[in-house]
Write a protein that binds this ligand. Structure first.
Ligand SMILES: Nc1ncnc2c1ncn2[C@@H]1O[C@H](COP(=O)(O)OP(=O)(O)OP(=O)(O)O)[C@@H](O)[C@H]1O
Ligand SMILES: NC(=O)c1ccc[n+]([C@@H]2O[C@H](COP(=O)(O)O)[C@@H](O)[C@H]2O)c1
Length: 178
C-alpha cells in the first residue's frame, strides 16, 4: 500500500480568508492530505479572536466545499493552546492524524516542531498586505471592504452569527474598559 504523506497547516483563522484557501490548495500539490489545525481553539469573543472554533470550522468546511476540494484530502482539527510550549507539539500530535511535514510562517511553531524532528516549511504568502486576519478584522470594524478578501462561506457565517456587530461591540467594550 502506498504511504500517505500528510502536512500540517496551522492558523487561528480569525476569520478564514482567501490566503488560507490558497495555501491549502497549494499544499495539496505537495502532500496527499492536509491536516488543518484551527489554532487557539479555546478563544472567542475577543477583538483579536472573535469567532469560536465551531464558527471557524463552519467557514472552512463550506469554503473548501465551494472550492471543490476533495473532503477525503483534509482533516479540520481544533487545537487549544496550552501554556507549556515544550509540550505543545505533543498536544498537537495527540489530536491529529500522523503527519511528517509542517507548513507555518510562525517562528515559534517552526522551532517547536523542528526540535521534535519534523520537516518544516515556510509557505509563500499571497497578497499579504491585505490577506491577513488583522487587516480583515480592522476592515470589519471600520466598515471597509473585507468581503473581497474572504470566501463566500466566511461572509455567510459572519452574517448568520451577526459577527460584524459582535466585533463592533467587543471593540466598544475594550475601549470602555481602558
Ligand atoms: N496571505 C496569506 N497567504 C498564504 N498563507 C497565509 C496567508 N495568511 C495566512 N496564511 C497561512 O495561515 C497561517 C496563519 O494563520 P492565521 O489565521 O493566524 O493568519 P493571519 O492572517 O496571519 O492572522 P492574524 O492577522 O489574525 O494574526 C500562516 O502560517 C500561513 O500558513
Ligand atoms: N503553547 C502553545 O499553546 C502554543 C505554542 C505555539 C503556537 N500555538 C498556537 O498555534 C497557532 C499558530 O498559528 P499562527 O501561525 O497563526 O500564529 C496559534 O493558535 C498559537 O496560539 C500555541
Amino acid at each position: 500500500m502506498k504511504k500517505v504523506t500528510r502536512g500540517l497547516l496551522l492558523g487561528r483563522m480569525q476569520p478564514v480568508h482567501n490566503g488560507h484557501i490558497q495555501i491549502i490548495e497549494k499544499t495539496l500539490n505537495y502532500v496527499d492530505e492536509v491536516v488543518i489545525g484551527i489554532g487557539s481553539a479555546q478563544l472567542s469573543h475577543e477583538l483579536k479572536d472573535p469567532f469560536t472554533a465551531g464558527e471557524r470550522i463552519m467557514m472552512l468546511t463550506q469554503a473548501l466545499d465551494d472550492y471543490d476540494i476533495d473532503p477525503k484530502r483534509y482533516y479540520i482539527i481544533p487545537i487549544e493552546d496550552i501554556n507549556r510550549n515544550a509540550l505543545w507539539v505533543a498536544q498537537v500530535k495527540m489530536l491529529t492524524p500522523p503527519f511528517s511535514k509542517v507548513y507555518s510562517g510562525n517562528p515559534l511553531v517552526k522551532r517547536l516542531f523542528k526540535e521534535e524532528g519534523y520537516e518544516t516549511y515556510q509557505p509563500e504568502l499571497f497578497d499579504r498586505e491585505v490577506l491577513s486576519g488583522t487587516e480583515i478584522r480592522y476592515r470589519i470594524l471600520n466598515d471597509g471592504d473585507w468581503k473581497s478578501l474572504v470566501p463566500k462561506a466566511t461572509i455567510e457565517v459572519i452574517d448568520e452569527i451577526d459577527g460584524v456587530n459582535r466585533i463592533k461591540e467587543l471593540s466598544r467594550k475594550e475601549i470602555s474598559e481602558k
